[in-house]
Design a protein around this ligand. Structure first.
Ligand SMILES: [Mn+2]
Length: 388
């Protein structure tokens, strides 16, 4: 059987207040075309379908429209709940959508034969998918454990979640295709890889499971949660994140988004293929002077950009001028030397509100506030005193 593995759609996600709905629509259409051309039997969406627990109607329409296309093409769908989804909302939708071959797994269901394993049949082939949505730390750790030693609570989470994974795959039956779909953080996963440097997330920093403790019996483990597409090399069976569909934030710039085509037959490791996605606007970062950034913007009208301006002192209004001159610049940061004398705390009691403000402003911006700002502060102070 042939599967299409995708995840982390995050429908409804915005970028600094800009809607990504049109890009989402385009990339979903692209995915549906891939699924049709590749004659996929089942689409697995490994969690974080929506960006929030209460998605707006536009986001729901994007999902329903995509599902409608898959169903129309004779493709079955498995949706997992991720940490961003409302498990209850997805579960409610699944009550109806399962009638047309769109299955929802919103909770961990044990024992596995009572719904934890979802089966799909094509001719005489049957695939069993151990479907394990996001396991919130609050569900496997009690309040005391969360509050105790961090390393111990991380270890307790690890042990209990890997036990859930092991128990689920113990329900597989012989001579069938065995897959696992899960929404989970695997220790050491690359969460960002920009400008040639990789950032990995480790078990000391977050609730995660080690790759070695993932089950070895599935032909493939289709994971969601991490937005950078990647194969997990240290896992005992073929294991991969599909990643998100769009570069959702600036940490995801430079990432080639994909869907995975997975060919599976009983008893042997699945074969994986990444199909690149091309829709959506690229996210970029431009550094330098305002002139340099504007020149870069003129060359790349299609991108969404973060501008990092190297300046000697804060320039009020600069960020706004830049955003107005080039609307694709959605984020402006100023970089300058913040060397400021350390204030001695005991001095604070002797300073006036205005002096305190000047110190605060110097600390934040590396320069004294403008005279207009100070006179505004004085006005406000007078009003406040008059009211008091
Ligand atoms: Mn997630």
């Amino acid at each position: 059987m042939r599967f299409l593995h995708t995840a982390d759609w995050h429908l409804g996600r915005t970028l600094r207040g800009r809607s990504r709905a049109e890009e989402m629509h385009e990339v979903l259409v692209e995915m549906i075309d891939v699924a049709r051309q590749e004659r996929v039997d089942v689409v697995i969406v490994a969690g974080d379908v929506f960006d929030s627990a209460s998605p707006g109607p536009g986001s729901e329409r994007l999902l329903f429209e995509a599902l409608r296309e898959f169903v129309g093409a004779g493709i079955e769908v498995l949706l997992l709940a991720g940490n961003h989804d409302s498990a209850r909302r997805l579960e409610a939708m699944g009550r109806l959508s399962e009638l047309v071959g769109v299955r929802v797994q919103s909770e961990v269901i044990l024992p596995p034969r009572e719904g934890g394993i979802v089966t799909f049949a094509r001719g005489d082939e049957v695939a069993e998918v151990a479907a394990i949505p996001w396991v919130p730390d609050g569900r496997v750790l009690d309040a005391l454990e969360v509050g105790l030693d961090e390393a111990e609570s991380r270890k307790a989470y690890h042990d209990r979640v890997t036990a859930v994974y092991a128990r689920m795959v113990a329900g597989f039956t012989v001579r069938r295709i065995h897959l696992l779909a899960g929404h989970v953080l695997v220790d050491g996963a690359v969460v960002a890889a920009v400008d040639g440097s990789e950032r990995r997330l480790h078990i000391e920093q977050a609730y995660a499971v080690s790759p070695q403790s993932l089950p070895s019996t599935p032909q493939y483990l289709a994971l969601g949660h991490v937005h950078q597409p990647q194969v997990i090399a240290d896992a005992p069976a073929p294991t991969a994140y599909a990643g998100s569909l769009l570069q959702l934030d600036f940490g995801e710039r430079d990432q080639q988004k994909i869907v995975r085509i997975v060919d599976a037959r009983p008893g042997r490791p699945a074969e994986l293929r990444a199909v690149p996605l091309t829709k959506g606007r690229p996210l970029v970062e431009w550094r330098g002077s305002a002139e340099a950034v504007l020149a870069a913007a003129a060359e790349a009208p299609h991108a969404y950009a973060r501008a990092v301006l190297e300046v000697t002192a804060p320039e009020p209004g600069l960020a706004q001028r830049l955003r107005e001159a080039a609307p694709q610049i959605v984020d402006v940061r100023l970089e300058y030397d913040r060397a400021v004398g350390e204030a001695v705390e005991s001095e604070f009691a002797t300073l006036s509100p205005e002096e305190l403000f000047v110190r605060y402003y110097r600390g934040e911006h590396g320069a004294a506030p403008a005279a207009e700002l100070l006179s505004l502060l004085r006005e406000l102070m007078e009003e406040a005193v008059a009211l008091a």
